[in-house]
Design a protein around this ligand. Structure first.
Ligand code: AMP
Length: 292
């Protein structure tokens, strides 16, 4: 496993693999890797001959008051995880390698990005689409792996790939949770012990919503109302949104007459966390991919 910081070097390596007829998977991340990221690497390893993991805290997808500076970074730790999971390259460029002086081209998506997280993070998806497009152009993977934890991001990337005729298969992977239900996130490191306990309201609300759907509730506002009530009972929690939307268009759905996405963003103290479930993935009894 090698750490590569330079675009030309990654390209040369991928070109060599391709001349040998090997397939390449890409796992884009911002680093500080955990078992959620590891599940994407495992999926890529299953499907492809070689796997590139990008570790890049992308300044363009953070708003001016967001946590770009304080976002956790630990390349040594990340390297060990990628090595253990059999990744072949970590691509870890510096911001100037990705955004040279005079950089002025962006991938900007309308509609899908005006909902959910896009409302409270107006520049976020432009940054995501731009950096992911660049990573796709640099690595030219056969497949790219994204977590369903960032359900809107996954929908946006699928839409972008379709709109711009990018010849890359996008694979969505299930949410990986701690044994207590908390969805794994690099941002969980911001939480104090009290906040970690409080953060469980997100997964509790997800499980409550899942149970209501499983028991036949079809009215979105009833489901959302009960989930919000549960979250609001936690003093450290402040709801950004809880919504039920079409999983491709992100438009709100009042009645569950087709598979939908129920997504939420909640501040725990000053940390903004997200969680969700897709109604067509609710199984009989277990709540997602809990890490025992
Ligand atoms: P990030 O480093 O937070 O930008 O995430 C990189 C990729 O890992 C994204 O596609 C995320 O959706 C995915 N990811 C992050 N957390 C999880 C999780 N708990 N389960 C599954 N995928 C995740």
């Amino acid at each position: 496993m090698q750490v590569v910081k330079n675009i030309d070097e990654v390209r040369a390596q991928v070109r060599e693999w391709k001349t040998q007829g090997l397939t390449v998977g890409l796992v884009p991340t911002m680093g500080y890797l955990h078992d959620g990221h590891a599940s994407l690497i495992d999926a890529s390893r299953r499907d492809n001959d070689r796997t590139v993991v990008s570790v890049f805290v992308n300044p363009m997808q953070f708003g001016p008051t967001e946590d770009f500076e304080s976002y956790p970074r630990d390349l040594e730790r990340d390297s060990k995880l990628v090595e253990v999971h059999g990744g072949d390259i970590i691509f870890n460029p510096e911001p100037y390698e990705m955004y040279h002086e005079g950089f002025s081209s962006f991938v900007d998506m309308t509609v899908l990005t005006q909902e959910l997280c896009g409302l409270s993070r107006p520049v976020h998806f432009r940054g995501v689409c731009t950096v992911v497009s660049k990573l796709f152009n640099i690595v030219k993977p056969d497949r790219a792996y994204f977590g369903k934890k960032d359900a809107q991001q996954l929908a946006v990337i699928r839409h972008m790939v379709d709109d711009l005729n990018m010849d890359i298969e996008i694979i969505g992977c299930p949410i990986v949770r701690e044994s207590n239900g908390l969805a794994m996130s690099s941002r969980n490191t911001y939480l104090s012990d009290a906040e970690k306990k409080a953060a469980l309201v997100l997964s509790k609300a997800v499980f409550l919503g899942m149970d209501m759907v499983k028991n036949g509730e079809k009215n979105s506002s009833v489901i959302i109302g009960k989930m919000k009530k549960l979250i609001e009972a936690e003093p450290l929690a402040r709801i950004d949104y809880v919504k039920i939307v079409d999983s491709a268009t992100m438009q709100q759905i009042p009645i569950l007459n087709r598979p939908v996405l129920c997504a939420m963003a909640v501040y725990i103290g000053s940390t903004r966390l997200i969680d969700n479930f897709f109604t067509d993935e609710i199984g009989g009894g277990s709540h997602g991919n809990i890490n025992a």
